[in-house]
Design a protein around this ligand. Sequence first.
Ligand code: ADP
Length: 547
Amino acid sequence: MEDESDEHFIYRLNDNGSGPSLLVKVCAERGWRIYQPCARGEDRWNLWWRAGAFPAACYKALGDWQFMNHIPKGGSICRKDSLSRLLRCMRRIYGSIYDFSPPCFHLPLEYAKLVSECSRLRRAEDGSGSNVVWIHKPVAQSQGRGIFLFRSVCEMRCGSAAVVQRYIERPLLIAGYKFDLRLYVCVPGYRPLTAYMYAEGLARFGTDKYTLSDIHNPYRHLTNSSLNKTGPRYAECKDRIGSGCKWTLKQVRRALVGRWGAVEWLVWQRIRALVTLTLLAQAAGTPPARNCFEFYGFDVLLDESLKPWLLEVNLSPALAADCEADVIVKQPMLHELFDLLGLPMRHTGLSLLQGPPTPLLNREDASCSSEEEGVAARSVPSRVKTAGPRRGQRWRRRRAMPIHCVTLQAPLPDTYTSTSCVAITPADCADESWRGGYATAASRRRMVSACTWGNGVRWHRSAPRVGRWVRIYPHTLPDDEQQLSMEDARESVAHVSKFVRAAREVVKESGRDIRAPRDSGRDAAFEASLRKKLGYGAQFEVWLPPF
Ligand code: ADP
């Protein structure tokens, strides 16, 4: 007899059953049940969401019906030191297109280099380097912990491994306050790279006005909300910013348009390029993996010339609801993330396996259960069983996703029948003679297989947009259904560079006064012009925050 949990989509949080408030809320709104450890096996879950990376063995034991929020080796860009190493390496190969990360030194290894760079700057003929500001950040910490600014290496307190970065001294300010942008990015596969970015996001403000004459006040210089919400002026109604320290991207866009006109449109295109280039830096180092995705938080700072700088990438972006902006942005973002991934909207079952997910179903078509779950943090054993199903349970590995799965992907090929009850064999539907940049037919087959998830979602035929999630890479898909995008970094970087050039031309040639106020047709006209320049069809979408 089936137990009741077999009728539901089960989500598992970390190793102890607790997780961020908005994630728990969204899972409950989708009618999912929280995982309860039971004697019948630890694999009775559909989605396992963990703040940190999973042990390697978990990926091997993953069933068709199971999904995890990390990809093996998907976190290399999330450590400050390895991000800087990867970007340095890409800069060496591809040149100035990778100039979006401040110069960086790794301590203790590169201490001598830092000292000589400081003295070189001090000796600079125009004297401009004598007052350069640096920022010291411990590699293994987050939320602004252990960060300090300094002008001379003598002021530096050395401790654990850290990076020292050139401080962006002239950030773009709104009403005198510094801010950075938090952008949400989902990567359902690196081989080949498929990446989506959410059109909404957050701006996080410092809560004291910015000035370089006081570099030791963290509320002027660090924009982490975990830090600023403890600041003395957090609740105060600040000039233009209001109370608190967060805005939505929509608010930022409106503020920028007023001051920068059409150039503002270009900023978002440059951010899209920066995110794609960063992901490409680690794509080759991640093995193909199925039913796994990464959900990143990219932190980007704009300087006063509107150039975007990458500050860091977070493996586990905060999903708590500290203020109204958090709820406005994160709650729909999570729902649409699960829609994008083809995870069901309501009551489904581990054991319900009738056929392929319903293609091209609207969210409106799927009723949203408002059932409230008791989701108090549960204490469960922290040991993670990593083996596959036990003897006698093997049949469960062959289950695909439950029948009510909301999938917005194109319909599956006819080979997927309701009686076969097994995810399609991707190799069956690909043209054997085509290798598109892959060394061997076998490696290409592995790639196709990783692109086809157990719920039938095929990332090599992915939708250009699901809700506000816009596919930022690949820009378009090959016309031939059977083909995969190229997996060639050089070619991918070339695509991105062509994209940025075209976006610049669009703004330059717009024929309007670029400082003119934005009219409602401008975004659409720019999108059409960009598509035309790049020779892309409807498969290409411009990523732009709402206005
Ligand atoms: P953490 O992981 O501790 O949040 P970050 O690298 O995000 O570390 O830095 C924290 C804050 O410090 C950022 O939100 C930003 O406001 C500021 N910051 C970091 N690096 C720089 C830099 N190179 N130039 C200017 N500001 C920076």
